[in-house]
Design a binder for this molecule. Structure first.
Ligand SMILES: [Zn+2]
Length: 65
């Protein structure tokens, strides 16, 4: 049961509809905050919270505002 729950979380974290423009792979939420992301949040006074995403296949990084 524990393993099944974990699988659900991983599937949920995959953004459906957004694909890597480089290889067409799935983008998953990256736990690491990029410096650019932090800067945007600072400049926008916290109104924008950029999220980092990473391609599962080619590891290319994306940022979503
Ligand atoms: Zn990719």
């Amino acid at each position: 049961m524990g393993l099944l729950d974990l699988d659900k979380i991983i599937i949920k974290r995959t953004i459906l509809g957004i694909r890597c423009s480089n290889c067409g792979g799935n983008l998953v939420l990256s736990p690491k905050r990029s410096i650019a992301g932090r800067f945007i949040k600072l400049v926008s006074l916290g109104t924008l919270t950029p999220k980092s995403y990473k391609c599962e296949q080619c590891q290319k990084r994306y940022m979503l505002l």
